[in-house]
Ligand binder design. Structure first.
Ligand SMILES: *Cc1c(COP(=O)(O)O)cnc(C)c1O
Length: 430
């Protein structure tokens, strides 16, 4: 029985899949709030031109530039799809489990797939610096890496509560040449207001996004990059699911259930959207589960227009949201703590295509399941990816109880080599 399928570099998908034209309803457009300057008209001053074009594209397939395909190969794409035979045996489940190995990423997460694309376009459009926010630090690392490879400067505003405990990741970004600031920082107007009141302010992703946007808005050579939520980001990530579909053909199998962890929606969307396309256009019956934390169960929030950032610098997006000023309980899987969900995934959830689960804030169950995965499969998931692993294991156990031979595919969005402190603390390792 084969345990792993990998593709040759030449068989890597040459186009990204844009699901927008295939959605069951038109995607609601971004809106300006009733007062203040137009955020929509300001977007070209903040974002990369090509990314903005892709954000609203109605083309189903968008070519990945040849040079970018080469950089993807340099970063280790394509990535393998594994059959989890060790885990299946341990669980004694009739289900067939498969997982995608985004943990082979050079910076530890799937986020390099869009970081490389964004920096490639930024360089082509003559920008000299990229600026961004980061929560868990994985996006900041991915952008630092991609900017280094493309000869750009990089500035990162990092949610303070995480900045403080992930020293190795901070040094990795600096090692790649990036400038890293704990957020809220005194560097921006909106950061300074909060910083002056409390220099130890924990920060939030919404605040850090406001800082990055303000930073990009004041310098024409600096452009803002976002690591999740937006349509073009999910589209860049579809390379994950497109590869997986080709790999399933080699396995001669097809998933009944597709699972991944969910913060803003980029790894879930990237993995699931090509399979959702099959449901929408080829009458497949696959089920989809987004695995979340109770600290930020945005897919269980309200479906309405909301801002993407704390300071209300972005247009309003129609999405499932917990509210853009909501405080969220800290967790180690910090990448799953954002108030809003991608508009594409929100629409699909609203139409009943996507289920969701939310695990308790103490993270014990998810981290124990991640440990079981590592003991049987040999790969260490990122704390965020542990939610995907746990959900897949929980579903495989249900299959055992019901005697069902479902095919379960899950994405392991990153590795946890820089996050052992999280596992140690929650699992009480000495
Ligand atoms: C950022 C991140 C997430 C959460 O973000 P999404 O946009 O929902 O994918 C999950 N896993 C890893 C490894 C991440 O870096």
């Amino acid at each position: 029985m084969i345990r792993q399928v990998n593709l040759l570099v030449k068989d890597m998908p040459h186009q990204w899949y844009n699901i927008i034209p295939d959605l069951p309803e038109p995607l609601p457009a971004p809106l300006d709030p009733s007062d203040g300057p137009s955020r929509i008209k300001n977007l070209p001053n903040l974002l990369i031109g090509e990314c903005l074009k892709q954000e609203f594209s109605q083309e189903s397939w968008i070519d990945i530039p040849d040079e970018l395909l080469q950089i993807y190969a340099q970063a280790g794409r394509p990535r393998p799809l594994f059959r989890a035979l060790g885990l299946e045996k341990k669980l004694d489940t009739p289900a067939r489990l498969y997982y995608k190995g985004e943990f082979f990423s050079p910076t530890g997460s799937h986020k390099v797939n869009t970081a490389l694309a964004q920096c490639y376009y930024a360089k082509k459009e003559g920008f000299e610096q990229v600026t961004t926010e980061t929560g868990a630090g994985l996006w900041g690392t991915a952008l630092s890496y991609a900017s280094a490879l493309n000869g750009l400067k990089c500035r990162v505003f990092w949610v303070r509560s995480v900045y403080n405990w992930k020293a190795d990741r901070r040094h990795f970004m600096q090692f790649l040449g990036a400038e890293v600031h704990a957020s809220p920082s005194p560097m921006t107007k909106c950061g300074k207001e909060l910083y002056d009141k409390n220099p130890n302010h924990d920060g939030s992703l919404g605040i850090a996004i406001s800082e990055g946007l303000e930073d990009a808005g004041r310098d024409p050579k600096t452009v803002y990059c976002l690591g999740s939520v937006l349509n073009h980001v999910l589209m860049h990530q579809t390379i994950i699911g497109l590869e997986a579909k080709k790999q399933f053909e080699v396995f001669d199998d097809y998933p009944d259930m597709v699972i991944s962890c969910f913060g803003g929606g980029s790894n879930f969307g990237g993995f699931a959207i090509p399979f959702i396309g099959d449901v929408l256009t080829r009458a497949k019956k696959t089920k989809f589960i987004a695995s979340q934390s109770k600290a930020g169960p945005n897919l269980q929030g309200e479906y309405r227009y909301d801002f993407a950032d704390y300071a209300e610098l972005t247009p309003m997006l129609k999405m499932y949201t917990l509210g853009h000023k909501t405080d969220m309980h800290p967790i180690y899987g910090d990448g799953l703590r954002y108030h809003g969900a991608s508009p594409i995934i929100s629409l699909l959830r609203n139409k009943g295509y996507i289920d969701t689960v939310a695990y308790p804030n103490d993270e014990k169950h998810v981290f124990k399941q991640a440990q079981l995965f590592t003991e049987t499969e040999g790969w260490l998931p990122a704390p965020e990816s542990a939610y995907s692993v746990a959900c897949a294991i929980d579903e495989a156990i249900k299959c055992k109880e019901a005697g069902e031979k479902k095919v379960i595919a899950f994405n392991v969005s990153g590795h946890g080599f820089l996050d052992m402190y999280a596992y140690k603390t929650v699992l009480g390792l000495k």
